[in-house]
Design a protein around this ligand. Sequence first.
Ligand code: MRU
Length: 361
Amino acid sequence: MADTAFNPYAEGIDHVELNPDAKSVHILDQTQLPNREIYKDVSTPEECYEAIKKLEVRGAPCIGIFAGYAMVVMAQPYAELPYADFKAKMAELSAYLNSSRPTAVNLSWALRRMEGVIAAHEGESTPAIIEAMRQESLAIHEEDIAMCRRIAEYGLTLVKDGDGILTHCNAGPLATSKFGTALGPILLGEEQGMHFHVFSDETRPLLQGARLTSYELAKAGVDVTCICDNMASIVMKNGWIQACFVGCDRVAANGDFANKIGTSGVAILAKHYGIPFYTLGPTSTIDMNCPTGDDIKIELRNPDEIKEMWYKEPMALPEVKAYNPSFDVTDHELLTAIVTDKGIVYPPFDVNLKKLFAEEE
Ligand code: MRU
């Protein structure tokens, strides 16, 4: 367990990495932040599943990167199997991992990519296929770094020095590879000598805004103020917010998007106060096979995360029910633009998202 001081922007330190022997994935356990920077290695299918489920690795792009590495690691015990058996075993393990969290599309996207490699290398030895999977998993990671960097560049054109920016949950380096999505423009601006005042919603119930976003921004020297989720309206009314930047877990073909629970409320407030509201995400988070937000499956989590997780004693009677959806869908009509690695997409989103992918072909 390496317990190094964590600087999300330093070269060479990463919060999700494939170990050199490809037998385990090295992760920073995000559930321990901000008080403990604990790294651990995960290798069995159950450990990989739990790492996603418990949010030790979290954030849509980061889950995708982790899933790629997990497939390589889980393949190791089956290097002796003939092709058909290996392919079937990996399909089973992929489905298992995919069942850990349903909302972020990057998980199934990365798993499909890894299964695609197995299909494309039919006829080669199983160790050679595993090596091709390793290469693919590293490529997923590298591509995410490049995509986040481009998102940061595009996003920075939307704000000016001194702006107040409100963000929800954590869409920083910890949720991706490096740079982050929603936090990317802020960090890039800071690197270029600009200064922003960031309001970080604490983000009930799992406190990603307090524990992770505030942590990342403070470490990077950005002026950050943590607020409870129900304080977004007052800071907007006070005139302290010039733009809202949030991440996304799945963008539907019409521009509706799922992100951490509470995001849609922030978007409604932003509309009320006339503040531009942006979601920022890589093209791997856009699901053109998902027509609208109604087609996005929302993860429901354990009610105890609301009732007792952060308290010395439970804050509701045992018989009190708690409803704990992990995400909500923001209607595309509340969205000013989607900032992607391929450019900024404005309404009409159904038309312009199609164009974005058509340009790729
Ligand atoms: O439940 P989490 O912590 O994985 O939720 C994360 C979010 O909702 C992020 O905003 C989203 O994944 C985008 S990360 C770049």
